[in-house]
Design a protein around this ligand. Structure first.
Ligand code: G6P
Length: 371
């Protein structure tokens, strides 16, 4: 009903605007007074967590993209090898897992059949399973050794938004907790990320306060047929997720690519005026910044219309960008929390302008309970 949508036209749009609060709620109560993470819900002993020598993340759809983002952070902070698998592929490839493997399963609903089958398989092999889930008491957390709830509040739009952001944050908390339990030695960096995480709700709010630019852009691009999204490192899964949003609700052909891989094939698809969204890593703090700027030049030289997501104060892209979307400064690993917001809003607005049913897109279900 209209009242449930709180004045918004769609649940999805409402949920996009709830993201600052949702992320704050994911972080709430998870640190003690000294700034140490207290993930009491992880009922796997520190000894067992210290024995983990491999992490496998399994999930579907948007949750899979959250897992792809998390891999970079978890490997960086813990130095434990981490792979990410699509749940429907996982058990059928006879994965190498044992009691020292930590399987992290991500599911907003906690009811996705592919994901459930994947964790059943993992537990048969005696791996430890931690679920990241939004729905209290759902099947997947009940069948896991432990659960970290995202506390995003109910998500009704089929296209996941606050579910996604809070999954990334919960995975980060898990990664930081593993680093803490395992006594990783770069305390300063972990402290800095911890402090920065607390500032994310305000930074996400800044993205939402600048929504008019995205609404205008949606009008300009709503009739385009194909869209590309490019990024490197964590920008790559952000690109995949930006493309998925547009496919799901706007029914547009959209693809996410690793920006550096484009030249090895897909650049052949670039034609005059095709919109290409590019995520730029932080200038001066990320070795990939200049490489991404060259990637923008490459597609622009072939006629692409470039829509560049870049932090405040970085003017290096100005000559090559048709549209510049600014976000507050953030370290590389936290950029995905900001960069996805305009892409969600863009998909929502394009779909609205096209007259689509944003909350109930064709052929999709919020929770898929068949394999
Ligand atoms: C369905 C939804 C997607 C969602 C995926 C995984 O396909 O349409 O939006 O990302 O399931 O859902 P889960 O509840 O497991 O996160």
């Amino acid at each position: 009903t209209a009242a449930e949508k709180g004045g918004f036209d769609w649940f999805m749009r409402k949920e996009i605007y709830e993201q600052p609060q949702a992320v704050a709620d994911t972080l709430l109560g998870r640190y003690d007074a000294e700034g140490k993470l207290t993930l009491d819900e992880i009922r796997i002993s520190p000894e067992e967590l210290r024995r983990i020598n491999k992490i496998v993340i399994v999930a579907c759809g948007t949750a899979y993209h959250a897992g792809l983002v998390a891999k970079y952070a978890i490997e960086h902070w813990t130095r434990i090898p981490c792979e990410v698998d699509i749940a429907s592929e996982f058990r059928y490839r006879d994965p190498i897992i044992d009691p020292n493997t930590l399987v992290v399963t991500i599911s907003q609903s906690g009811e996705t059949a592919d994901t459930l089958m994947a964790i059943r398989h993992a537990r048969e092999q005696h791996a430890k399973v931690i679920a990241i889930c939004n729905v209290n008491g759902a099947t997947i957390p009940r069948e896991s050794d432990a659960v970290i709830y995202t506390h995003a509040g109910p998500e009704r739009g089929v296209a996941s938004t606050k579910g996604y952001l809070t999954q990334v944050v919960a995975c980060y908390l898990l990664g930081l907790y593993l680093a803490q339990v395992r006594g990783m030695k770069y305390g300063d960096e972990i402290k800095a990320i911890t402090d920065e995480l607390q500032k994310m709700p305000a930074a996400i709010q800044t993205m939402l306060d600048n929504d008019q630019q995205i609404l205008d852009l949606s009008k300009d691009l709503m009739d385009d047929r194909s869209f590309f999204f490019l990024g490197r490192h964590v920008g790559y899964p952000s690109a995949l997720e930006g493309a998925l949003k547009l496919k799901e609700i706007a029914y547009k052909h959209a693809e996410g690519f690793p920006a550096g891989e484009l030249k090895h094939g897909s650049i052949a698809l670039i034609e005059q005026d095709i919109p290409v969204f590019v995520m730029v890593p932080p200038q001066g703090r990320d070795q990939l910044h200049d490489k991404v700027v060259s990637n923008i030049q490459e597609v622009r030289a072939r006629g692409a219309k470039t829509i560049v997501l870049v932090e405040e104060g970085d003017d290096s892209v100005n000559p090559y960008a048709d549209v510049i979307i600014r976000h507050p400064k953030a370290s590389t690993l936290l950029q995905p929390l900001l960069a996805i917001v305009p892409l969600q809003l863009f998909a929502c607005e394009v779909a609205t302008l096209l007259g689509n049913d944003v909350d109930q897109p064709r052929n999709l279900a919020k929770s898929v309970t068949v394999e």
